[in-house]
Design a protein around this ligand. Sequence first.
Ligand code: SF4
Length: 259
Amino acid sequence: MRASSLPLLMKCTGAAVLPCVEGKSEAAEKAADWGTMVHYWAQTGIIRGPNKRAERALEKAIEVAGVDRLSLWPTGGVHEGALSIRVDGTREVSRRDDDREGWITGHYDYQYWLFQDVLWIDDLKTGKFYPNPEPGDERHIPDIAVGENRFPQDSFSPQQKTYGLALSELLSHDGPVSVSTTHWPRLPLSYRHAEPMRSWVNYSRQEMLTHWRALELIYEESCKNRRAMLGHEDELVLRPGDHCRFCPVRDCFVRQEFA
Ligand code: SF4
């Protein structure tokens, strides 16, 4: 499982077992290319995109928003690394991109020590900003303020929490972990042409370990769902909601009401 799928899988593990749409839509391709281009620029200072138009769009965004990539993260940290965490009951972590059964894997963007003993992990996100609508709208999420991004670029995302857990294990760190998300959305344009937004959340060691158990439960349910798909006695568990809009399973029979 990819760590980037966790915001969806924590809401519905059906997304891990039902057949997904093959390939990416044109819009998803554009978004992925933009993300790759921004990450490359953030790490090297070089703008190298899929085409001149995209490169000019990033140049303009940097200029209009006044973004200085060197001021986004302190010097002395570690940029970009692979992480994997085992969730099938045996607890292990690795710095490899271990896309194996029973593992969750992904890449964090930045790691640094704050006040010498607080592990800080930051993730740069470039996905679209989805404002949380007013109460009464079926897409409204009561846990966050109206106008805040509702899916999935927030620092509370289980993706970032998983990076924090895996890195604290790898670094034998049993102290606090600060996780942040630096969100510089490609769309809408008003957000692309504004400074990135950074949001933070702090976790204790116990919260990190509780998260490991939550990941194991997600994996257990995915396995049950896979058995259900094969016609075994387990029941297929699907949890539809606003997140269905972001699910790659297009022909899910319970998705329709949210499509
Ligand atoms: S469409 Fe919704 S209910 Fe169906 S698998 Fe995806 S997230 Fe689950």
